[in-house]
Design a protein around this ligand. Structure first.
Ligand code: DAH
Length: 347
């Protein structure tokens, strides 16, 4: 049995010392390519097997040498990999003691709370909620509400026109006309919340866009007393248990008689304070008995049917109830305002 280990000794110790001296994983890979790959210097020594007599011993010597190189190689590669891992762990270290990014919880704008509250109050009285288009035809916004072309009442509700016939609705009363058109002369008991648009001075109590809730009841034997009882119940639920309402006569083309409705001041209970400007009463809405012309135009016989209607500004109710001084606050998305008043609404 021959001993061929001397053939490999020199190159083996050379490769091992190169491995030992290598400074990086890349350098190590280079050594592998140069000596241990198929065409590498070390691997090529295997060719000599053709020339030797004791091929088995040659093979064993080759494998032993290769094993000793590979052991060194793996040892060194492990060391480099460990170093890389340590570096990575160090650079990616997470300080779990740092405070996290807190997600602030959203709150509902008081406008929507009040809108829902108004809806709930009327739904509890058996009303259904209807909506209608914000861009509407002259017919629904004015004509069917007894406001013909050139009627002076149009001046107070000037708005943006898309063309001669199509406009941004200036009040939610337009929804009355739509609902009546489809009711086929049957009784109606609805509220209609929605946005409205007007050419208005933008000041602390007015905005070119605001929201109203319209109310409409049509049936046999509906009278002004029903309207008063309804609005008084609304005021009690919305403002204060002992709220009262009073009617002052007014004018709207779509109601006859028409009334301006005041609620007793829930702040001073009628004594007089800045909220009610010293009068003890606060104006909250317009209302009246549906005008016979309006009934007729929508297919109701005014001799058989009667009805009442009212329109209330949502922002106005919210401002009064929560002492909000500027209507624009509802639209500005100032989270400080929204949070403060949302708390008040919950109280
Ligand atoms: N549409 C009126 C406005 O915007 C409000 C109003 C008054 C509605 C009297 C009514 C009503 O239904 O009967 O000024």
């Amino acid at each position: 049995m021959e001993n061929y280990s001397h053939i490999f000794d020199e190159i083996t110790s050379k490769i091992i010392s190169l491995v030992e001296e290598s400074k990086s994983l890349e350098a190590l890979v280079e050594i592998k390519n140069k000596y241990l790959s198929k065409k590498g210097e070390f691997s090529q020594l295997m060719i000599k097997i053709r020339e030797v007599a004791d091929k088995k011993s040659f093979g064993e010597a080759f494998n032993a040498a290769r094993k000793s190189i590979e052991e060194k190689y793996d040892e060194k590669a492990d060391k480099f990999n460990q170093e890389l891992l340590n570096k990575k762990l160090e650079s990616e270290q997470v300080d779990i003691t740092l405070p996290g990014n807190t997600l602030s919880r959203g709150v509902e704008n008081p406008f929507f709370k009040v809108k829902k509250e108004i809806e709930d109050i009327f739904v509890s009285m058996g009303y259904t909620v209807e909506t209608g288009p914000e861009i509407d035809f002259d017919k629904y916004v004015f004509e069917l509400l007894n406001i013909p072309k050139d009627h002076p009442a149009r001046d107070m509700q000037d708005t943006l026109y898309i063309d001669n016939n199509l406009l941004l609705r200036s009040h939610t009363s337009s929804i009355q006309a739509h609902v009546m058109e489809h009711a086929n002369g049957k009784p109606i008991k609805i509220i209609c919340p929605g946005k409205t648009y007007r050419r208005d001075d933008d000041d602390v109590t007015h905005s070119h866009q605001f929201a109203q809730v319209e109310g409409l009841v049509i049936d046999k034997n509906i009278n002004l007393g029903n309207l008063k009882a309804t609005l008084e119940l609304f005021a009690k639920k919305m403002f204060s248990k002992d709220s009262k309402v009073r009617f002052r006569s007014s004018y709207f083309p779509f109601t006859e008689p028409s009334v301006e409705v005041d609620v007793s001041c829930f702040n001073c209970h009628g004594k007089g304070c800045p909220t009610c400007k010293g009068s003890g009463w606060i104006e909250i809405l317009g209302a009246g008995m549906v005008h016979p012309n309006v009934l007729k135009m929508s297919g109701y016989d005014p001799e058989v049917y009667s009805g009442f209607a009212f329109g209330v500004g949502i922002e106005r109710v919210a401002m009064l109830r929560y002492g909000i001084d500027d209507i624009r606050r509802f639209y500005q998305s100032d989270i400080r305002f929204i949070e403060e008043f949302s708390k008040k609404v919950e109280d």
